[in-house]
Design a protein around this ligand. Structure first.
Ligand code: UDP
Ligand code: MG
Length: 313
């Protein structure tokens, strides 16, 4: 199969018929073999009925229905497990992304050899203050932290080699950082394509202001987990020992001064409090690292590595 198109959706019943006939048209014009996987992320409108009806007309259309709303990341993750196409395309259900981009994305993955091609909504039709400006900031920070040169990390329209989606696990609200997850799994050829974007035709955006807070926290955990989850002691142990040593150094200085000169006041100087807090903080960091290390030793994935190739085995 050439292409799997994955579409997570929450209450998008009005858009689905138009979207799926547009996709069908593009696929037929280009003679692609394909599947469309709709993931109904706990919609409360008519979406699932619409999906079942679409399936009865076209058996390339498949669906997964969540029992409740788990979020876009969960929806993508489930569909990634099912996807059979050589190239996996994700897109939003709200008709803001255009299926006309698919053939070019397919070509960039299959012919130009990209692991991931991310859409870039260069001209964007969303609210300037709640979306466009904050997302510029987010993209700049993510570029800095991850070292990946993309303008638009969170674009819903992306194309992947099948192998990429089978190697990554998306949870929480990590869908914003899939290129980062992929880079950490060793997929380095990440490209970008300017894509057409349109204003939302039906319904309203499903992500409110909370996404800034969540997005930022996820960015922190992603940069941290990627670097240290398999070796927590290297972070906490280092800082813990440093703090502890600083505290110890100051204590020694205070004690020696007191021995030399018994009128030397200890408790009414800043060094005393610095020493106390440093030692306590140092111990805590060290313990956090140690406990982290014990946990990661017991984790079932402690020895799971992504193997690219084998020969003779
Ligand atoms: N979506 C989803 N689960 C959610 C929230 C959103 O599957 O909990 C889907 C939504 O239906 C749409 C896509 O994710 O297909 C992008 O959402 P939206 O268009 O609301 O985001 P925006 O374009 O405003 O960033
Ligand atoms: Mg949208």
């Amino acid at each position: 199969m050439d292409i799997s198109i994955i579409i997570p959706l929450l209450d998008e019943a009005e858009s689905l018929p138009e979207l799926s006939s547009w996709i069908e048209k593009v696929m037929q014009e280009n003679k692609f073999s394909y599947e469309v996987i709709f993931v109904d992320d706990g919609s409360e409108d008519n979406s699932w009925n619409v999906i079942e009806q679409l399936r009865s007309q076209n058996e390339n259309i498949k669906g997964i229905k969540f029992q409740r709303n788990y979020g876009k990341s969960a929806a993508l993750n489930e569909a990634f497990r099912e996807a059979q196409g050589d190239v996996v395309i994700t897109m939003d259900a709200d008709l803001q992304d255009s299926p006309d981009e698919i053939p070019e994305l397919y070509k960039m993955v299959m012919t130009d050899g990209f692991d991931i091609v991310s859409g870039w909504k260069k001209k964007r039709y969303d609210n300037t203050f709640t979306k466009n400006i904050p997302s510029k900031f987010f993209n700049a920070v993510t570029r800095k932290v991850s070292g990946i040169k993309l303008h638009d990390f969170n674009c819903g329209l992306k194309a992947y080699k099948n192998k990429v989606v089978k190697s990554i696990e998306v949870y929480g609200e990590m869908h914003r950082y899939i290129p980062v997850l992929a880079k950490w799994s060793g997929f380095k050829k990440i490209g970008e394509k300017v894509v057409a974007h349109r204003a939302r035709k039906f319904g309203k955006s499903k992500f409110g202001m909370r996404r800034f807070v969540n997005g930022f926290l996820d960015l922190l955990s992603i940069s941290f987990v990627g670097k240290f989850s398999k070796r927590p002691m290297h972070f906490f142990g280092l800082w813990g020992s440093l703090f502890f040593l600083i505290g110890l150094g100051i204590s020694v200085y205070l004690i020696v001064s007191k021995i030399i000169d018994s009128s030397f006041p200890i408790t009414n100087r800043p060094g005393f409090y610095l020493a106390l807090t440093s030692i306590v903080i140092g111990m805590q960091l060290f313990l956090a690292g140690f406990i982290g290390e014990l946990i990661s030793r017991n984790s079932p994935s402690r020895n799971s590595y992504l193997i690219e190739k084998k020969t003779g085995l």
